[in-house]
Ligand binder design. Structure first.
Ligand SMILES: Nc1ncnc2c1ncn2[C@@H]1O[C@H](COP(=O)(O)OP(=O)(O)OP(=O)(O)O)[C@@H](O)[C@H]1O
Ligand SMILES: O=C(O)c1ccc[n+]([C@@H]2O[C@H](COP(=O)([O-])O)[C@@H](O)[C@H]2O)c1
Length: 213
């Protein structure tokens, strides 16, 4: 029997989704030959509450992903109360897919540098590999406990179900949701930083446009 493709997830606040997220997820799917799911956080643990509620952020994600089937949405974090800890998401995914399939947590290099502040961060590696998406502007390599923990785990090709770290070089797109929210707040129109389909339903953009009022 052929080995199942790896399952990779890109968690995020997606407030709102933009081409930086989508292109990174797409290139990771190609680089790892993986099924990739975008996992919107209901209550992101390490930041102020999002501008748009979870259902609005998911609706924009659905609009963004329409017309292709390589990237999917996994809404399991919306079903949990409390902070959307990634370790809980990985445990739940691991229970779904069984012990043998490769599971990869995709994180931008900026997020990876702060991984040691995440809830039960060492346990992430018991459930999954970590795929680090290189991102412009991130110059600092991991340090301290994280650097010590991942020493010896870095690989060029993933083996087994979990526990390794791989760099995934992606086309640098210096797009951030913060800048998109700032554009809306200034009365701008951040077209072409996010998919055109996201502009089709004004109701979905209302929370962002309201930033400018
Ligand atoms: N332009 C990008 N290129 C590569 N990875 C990205 C990019 N933007 C976001 N990511 C990664 O996608 C994940 C989810 O990001 P998130 O939803 O926080 O978007 P963001 O644009 O960084 O948002 P914000 O500006 O609100 O912090 C994180 O791992 C982040 O590092
Ligand atoms: O589990 C944690 O402690 C944790 C801490 C910070 C961030 N995360 C996850 O990392 C992803 C990106 O977070 P953010 O805030 O950059 O959108 C998102 O899925 C968050 O739930 C997870």
């Amino acid at each position: 029997m052929s080995r199942p493709r790896p399952l990779a997830i890109l968690g995020g606040t997606f407030d709102p989704v933009h081409h930086g997220h989508l292109r990174a997820a797409w290139e990771a799917a190609e680089a790892l030959d993986a099924e990739v799911r975008l996992v919107p956080a209901r209550t992101p643990p390490h930041r102020p509450p999002p501008v748009a509620d979870a259902s609005g952020r998911v609706a924009l994600l659905r609009a963004a992903l329409a017309g292709q089937d390589r990237l999917a949405i996994d809404t399991r974090e919306l079903d949990r109360d409390g902070p959307s800890y990634t370790v809980d998401t990985l445990a739940s995914l691991r229970a779904d897919i069984g012990p043998d399939r490769s599971l990869v947590l995709l994180v931008g290099a900026d997020a990876f540098a702060g991984l040691a502040s995440w809830h039960l961060w060492r346990d992430l590696f018991a459930f999954a590999h970590v795929g680090v998406l290189t991102r412009p502007g991130t110059l600092h390599p991991p340090s301290g406990d994280l650097a010590a923990f991942i020493a010896g785990r870095r690989v060029e090709r993933l083996h087994g179900p979990s526990g390794q770290v791989i760099d995934i070089a992606i086309t640098p797109l210096d797009i951030a949701a913060t800048a998109i929210r700032e554009s809306f707040a200034a009365g701008g129109e951040p077209r072409f930083l996010m998919p055109t389909a996201c502009f089709a339903d004004e109701a979905l953009l209302a929370p962002y446009r309201a930033l400018g009022r």
